[in-house]
Design a protein around this ligand. Structure first.
Ligand code: NDP
Length: 434
């Protein structure tokens, strides 16, 4: 940990994984002797660069850009770009580390990476967003490529930003290829990619519920966030008969006891995607409760889906959920539950699925976007959705295979860590000491 001093999120992610892997590795001397865990926790490469750009007033702005290329044992680096003022090297290393396991779980040939900038897109004009993206890509282009490293979107990076990044990549290199995923459908994107993380999360939850011979019909669901993942998780929950009670943003949450229906969800999509407004407007418009500065975890529910950001669900929140009868928690965001919250869920035998398993649908369809780009072809909605569902079901099987204990409780965290690790570790062993 001395080597990673000052990187709390990264240390948190590695510790969480190491706790389930160490006992497993102890039973597999070939992984132990070849120091696979030590190697997997060290990025293959990290690039840090200056992003200077001119704002609308003609003033120079300076941000920092990053790309963490964590592991390429099973395929080219793959992982999103995050533009948010909370971005640090620690946050991106934690995300890149998680991505390695997640990508492995999808069964597709993708290594792990992550990148981004401390640039804050909030309050910036279209012109400023474009200028920033162009400047960012002017350095990044030399480190990425469709066989090398294929970035995608994440917080603050959606279709619009991917468009500007792609345009600049194409201008510099003179090539039109699948260097980025999350592209608009018209110029190489995949159908179902915008929906994939949220839909995949709900498919995963349905697999979890199957073990209890239950479905989503009539279940009370709490969702945090109101961005890409939250919107499509809500949509799929509603379509499958669940009642979505809450959504949130970084300023507070709305509680609609009648349930957010598809029509009200359209309001949220328009509010967040087009008007870039605050979730409070939903409460003003539909006349429901708004809780400023709070998270939704105090509301009584069956299922909780944290879909906003890291460490948004702490021990006290977990205790409230458990006391209120919540029995299933699946992470749409990356590492939204703190380690103490996760321990509380496991102690209370709550079905808990970590992001690297439950939110892998997004990167899985990104992998399918890469396949379609290589084929120079696009598949129909149903075909992609079908493949997404099959991948989520397979990930669930892997979690059960490696995570079920003697009492029949499934520790999804252990299952996902060990299941994701084995494939990467085998590839690293085959490829020698590098
Ligand atoms: P978006 O930018 O579309 O939405 C993020 C949401 O979370 C917004 O509602 C935002 O509120 C809220 N939020 C962001 N930062 C904070 C914060 N520090 N505190 C409280 N709320 C916050 O991002 P996505 O929906 O794409 O991503 C959400 C999570 O899911 C992230 O952890 C991401 O890594 C993960 N993820 C995303 C995938 C994808 O395909 N998009 C794939 C796998 C994981 P506000 O509007 O106020 O900013």
């Amino acid at each position: 940990s001395k080597r990673n001093a000052g990187e709390p999120e990264f240390l948190q992610a590695v510790t969480e994984v190491a706790e389930s892997l160490i006992p497993y590795i102890a039973s597999q001397p070939r992984y132990k002797n070849s120091k696979i865990l030590e190697r997997i926790a060290e990025p293959e490469r990290v690039v840090i660069f200056r992003v200077a750009w001119l704002d609308d007033k003609g003033e120079v702005q300076v941000n920092r850009g990053f790309r963490v290329q964590m592991n390429s044992a099973i395929g080219p680096y793959k992982g999103g770009l995050r533009f948010h003022p909370t971005v640090t090297l620690s946050v991106l290393k934690f995300l890149a580390f998680e991505q390695v396991f997640k990508n492995s779980l999808t069964g597709l040939p993708m290594g792990g990476g992550k990148g981004g900038s401390d640039f804050d897109p909030k309050g910036k004009s279209e012109n400023e967003i474009m200028k920033f993206c162009q400047s960012f890509m002017t350095e990044l282009y030399r480190h990425v490529g469709d066989d090398v490293d294929i970035p995608a979107g994440d917080i603050g990076v959606g279709k619009r930003e991917i468009g500007y990044l792609f345009g600049q990549y194409k201008r510099i290199t003179g090539t039109f290829n699948g260097v980025l995923t999350g592209k608009a459908f018209e110029w190489g994107g995949s159908l179902i990619r915008p929906e994939a993380t949220g839909y995949g999360l709900v498919y995963f939850v349905e697999e979890m519920l199957k073990d209890r011979e239950e479905t989503l019909v009539g279940k009370k669901v709490l969702i945090s966030g109101s961005g890409n993942v939250a919107q499509f998780a809500a949509e799929k929950c509603i379509n499958h008969g669940a009642k979505v009670l809450t959504m949130s943003d970084s300023e507070g949450f709305i509680y609609d006891p009648l349930g957010i229906d598809l029509e009200k969800l359209e309001f949220i999509k328009e509010l967040k995607n087009e008007r870039r407004g605050r979730i409070k407007a939903y409460a003003d418009h539909f006349g429901c409760e708004y809780h400023a500065g709070e998270k939704p975890w105090k509301i009584k529910c069956d299922i909780a889906l944290p879909n906003a950001t890291q460490n948004e669900l702490a021990l006290a929140d977990a205790e409230m959920l458990i006391n209120n009868g919540c029995y299933c928690v699946a992470e749409g965001a990356n590492m939204p539950c703190t380690p103490e919250a996760v321990a509380a869920f496991n102690n209370a035998r709550v079905l808990y699925a970590p992001g690297k398993a439950a939110n892998a649908g997004g990167v899985a369809v990104s992998g399918l976007e890469m396949s379609q780009n290589s084929l120079r072809y696009s598949w129909g909605r149903e075909k992609v959705d079908h493949k997404l569902k099959a991948i989520m079901t397979d990930i669930h099987h892997i979690c059960v295979k490696y995570g079920k204990d003697e009492q029949g409780h499934i520790n999804y965290e252990k299952g996902a860590n060990v299941g994701g690790f084995v494939k990467v570790a085998e590839a690293m062993l085959s490829q020698g000491v590098v």
